[in-house]
Design a protein around this ligand. Structure first.
Ligand code: NDP
Length: 448
């Protein structure tokens, strides 16, 4: 140790990096972390957290509308974007401070500047200072993909969307994945006219087909517009500041905002990987083994920069396993099997385990149970929006191998049910549980 400034130098103070730094320091390691933007990373600063708060904010539109049917006289409500934006950004500030304090309390040295790799044990800071460490952990996360066509510079990504000066009247969203569907729901609920444009003929590839179809059907009924098999040709900025998005084989769309949500790439640009002979994958990710080690013995990587599963809780687990393994005398790896996930669309959807199509391919003989129902709150509200729950069961063992849901609070309900799926429980185990009535979740133990 005497030869190095630190035991561990972490590049990137996001979900994975902060967890790794904090836990390693807790084991007694001398730790430093560098962050070029803000401590907290994508999830806290410009991802999951502010997004979820916008989803809550947007959902009041439906709640205020439905309130009348429950006897509430609400004068015509008005919405103030600046109030929501500023309150959300203030909460981001609070969390940024809390994360910074956590690092300080654990005696982690924080460098608020860009760091690049200069050697197997050497990191160069933007200020010019060189720091040495026995181990380097790369946790630089991902970065939104920006397409390459004339006028693409007029679009924004999820990096900028939380800071808009005003609520755009017309929004074009490129992509059909997580961010596209979540922001389509947010902007539509807040009153913007939304057109979602995807290169393929589907949304949310990877989720169960019937669940995706249900979201599409509900969203179309609400008025969100879709363009499928649609490729951008250009974006033109008009004199009045508005935008004209043009496509191959589709009519152009006028917009006030174009949001690119076409995936995120590992953030490795200019990181100095070539200095140490780390070769990235064709997707731009840093290859690592099960213990998060790169091909250089002293350099590790966790989180989105490794492009294994681009989810915050996974990065956190990887960071924690890294710290336990290297500094806690407890070598362990992350279990990537049966990871639940959700899309905070309106309504939200969530899933865990195999989709129906995946289960058919993998297991051959399966049973599919479902419940297609209108939540009682929607019935009284006169809201013609149905929920759909699907349970995929291995016909041979009766084991539940997949659970997929769309409807109010689906992510909250699925997180609890995912424990049962992860534990390998059977359909009979679900059925043996008495329903909690009246709830939406009771459908899980009543499925036919
Ligand atoms: P996604 O990977 O979810 O979706 C990308 C979308 O863009 C797909 O519809 C895809 O089309 C399309 N696409 C991909 N490449 C191109 C391209 N070159 N040109 C045009 N279209 C393209 O990406 P997001 O940006 O929405 O989100 C990034 C990641 O962030 C997600 O993968 C997820 O892991 C994470 N995230 C998670 C959230 C959550 O957990 N709730 C919320 C937000 C983000 P196709 O239909 O062909 O696949």
């Amino acid at each position: 140790m005497a030869d190095y400034d630190f035991d561990l130098f972490v590049i990137g103070a996001g979900s994975g990096g902060v967890r790794a730094a904090r836990v390693s320091a807790g084991y007694g390691a001398k730790v430093a972390i560098a962050e070029e933007y803000r401590v907290g990373g994508t999830c806290v600063i410009r991802g999951c957290v502010p997004k979820k708060l916008l989803v809550y904010g947007a959902h009041f539109a439906e709640d205020l509308h439905d309130a009348k049917r429950f006897g509430w006289e609400v004068e015509t409500p008005t919405f103030n974007w600046a109030t929501l934006r500023d309150n959300v950004l203030a909460d981001v500030d609070r969390l940024n401070k809390a994360y910074t304090e956590t690092l300080d309390n654990n005696k982690v040295t924080t460098f608020l500047e860009r760091a690049t790799i200069a050697g197997p044990h050497e990191v160069k800071l933007a200020s010019g200072k060189t720091v040495t460490a026995k181990v380097i952990l790369i946790a630089t996360g991902g970065w939104p993909v920006i397409p390459d066509f004339p006028g693409a510079e007029h679009g924004v990504t999820s990096n900028e969307v939380f800071h808009l000066d005003s609520l755009p009247k017309r929004v074009v969203i490129a992509g059909g994945g997580y961010i596209a569907n979540e922001f389509a729901g947010i902007f539509h609920s807040l009153g913007s006219s939304v057109t979602l444009v995807n290169r393929s003929d589907t949304i949310l590839r990877g989720y169960d087909e019937q669940i995706r179809d249900r979201l599409l059907q509900i969203s179309m009924t609400k008025g969100i517009q879709y363009r499928f098999n649609c490729h951008f040709e250009s974006i033109e900025k008009k004199e009045d500041g508005s935008l004209l998005a043009s496509f191959c084989d589709h009519d152009p769309v006028e917009a006030d905002l174009v949001l690119f949500a076409i995936g995120r790439r590992p953030n490795v640009e200019g990181l100095g990987l070539d200095q140490v002979g780390i070769t990235i994958t064709p997707h731009g990710a840093i290859p690592v083994d099960a213990h998060n080690k790169t091909n250089v013995d002293s350099i590790y990587a966790v989180g989105d920069v490794t492009d294994r599963v681009q989810l915050t809780p996974v990065a956190i687990r990887e960071g924690h396993a890294f710290a336990d393994t290297l500094f806690g005398d407890n070598p362990r790896t992350v279990d990537y099997d049966t990871i639940p996930s959700a899309v905070f669309s309106q309504p939200p959807l969530a899933g865990v385990g195999l989709t129906e199509a995946q289960a058919r391919n993998k297991l051959g003989s399966i049973k599919v149970y479902s419940s297609d129902f209108r939540p009682m709150k929607n019935v009284l509200a006169g809201r013609n929006e149905r929920s759909l729950y699907k349970m995929i069961v291995d016909a041979t063992s009766d084991r539940v191998v997949g659970l997929h849901m769309i409807g109010p609070d689906a992510p909250e309900i699925l997180q609890a049910a995912a424990i049962a799926v992860k534990a390998g429980l059977t359909k009979a185990d679900f059925d043996a549980t008495v329903a909690l009535h009246p709830s939406m979740a009771e459908e899980l133990v009543l499925m036919k």
